[in-house]
Design a protein around this ligand. Structure first.
Ligand SMILES: O=C(O)c1cc(=O)[nH]c(=O)n1[C@@H]1O[C@H](COP(=O)(O)O)[C@@H](O)[C@H]1O
Length: 233
């Protein structure tokens, strides 16, 4: 079931049962869901089947980063399981990203392929630690352009960079932004954050939201507040 909502709920849970308990409270007409490393490592492809069976479009967030052939094969495996979106790390480089794009094209697979630029938990000093001595903004811009030139459909970035990327890469290029923090939520381990409405205003096409909803005392009330902030309810 396709939805127009920009909201993607991060199902960061340690078991299939816990993830499905949350999914069963959600409506696939009102949001998409994201399966990440913890849940997929514990539950395997069964979680994808269960979520697809409930009508959800799924973002499989495994952030592949490896040699080109390995990443192309992993992206193909994800797409063959019918996921709506899958991601790689842009820092894996042009040849890695191009190999993944080519593989999807060769296999006639239409899964959206996007690239992580700089993780939303990172700041300039984290980049300096790994030998990158330019600003977060410059590095995100560089990786977004590289992803676009490699044929990807968009990037994962912080909403703080959405406006820049919109200017550089255009409206149609997807800006999938975690680090979303409604005013009622705690910041947790995120660094480059924005509220849902500010993120959309800045040009984000999709908002990834986890703990502010999944760890709320009343997750459905928290989701409702986000939808109200976005003028969806
Ligand atoms: O690719 C991602 O989804 C991702 C990239 C990034 O830069 N930052 C980031 O937080 N994420 C994911 O987005 C989700 C954010 O969750 P919360 O911080 O709980 O809202 C987590 O599942 C992260 O793994």
């Amino acid at each position: 079931m396709a939805t127009d909502s920009p909201i993607i709920i991060a199902l960061d849970y340690p078991s299939l049962d816990a993830a499905l308990c949350m999914a069963d409270q959600l409506d696939p007409a009102r949001c998409r869901v994201k399966v990440g490393k913890e849940l997929f490592t514990r539950s395997g492809p069964a979680v994808l089947d269960a979520l697809h069976g409930r009508g959800f479009e799924v973002f499989l967030d495994l952030k592949f980063h490896d040699i080109p052939n390995t990443v192309a094969s992993a992206v193909q495996a994800a797409a063959e399981q019918g996921v709506w979106m899958v991601n790689v790390h842009a820092s894996g480089g042009r040849r890695m990203m191009e190999a993944a794009v080519q593989r999807l094209e060769q296999q006639h697979l239409t899964t959206h392929l996007i690239a992580v630029t700089v993780l939303t938990s990172m700041q300039a000093d984290d980049l300096a630690d790994i030998g990158i001595n330019i600003s977060v903004k410059e590095h995100v811009e560089r990786l977004a352009l590289l992803a676009q030139h490699s044929g990807l459909q968009g990037v994962v970035c912080s909403a703080q960079e959405s406006a820049d990327i919109q200017t550089l890469c255009g409206d149609a290029f997807l800006k999938v932004t975690p680090g979303i923090r409604p005013t009622f939520a705690s910041v947790d381990d995120q660094q480059r954050i924005m509220t849902p409405s500010a993120a959309i205003e800045a040009g984000s096409t999709h908002l990834v939201i986890g703990r502010p909803i999944t760890q709320a005392d009343d997750p459905m009330a928290a989701l409702h507040m986000v939808e109200e902030e976005l003028g969806q309810r």
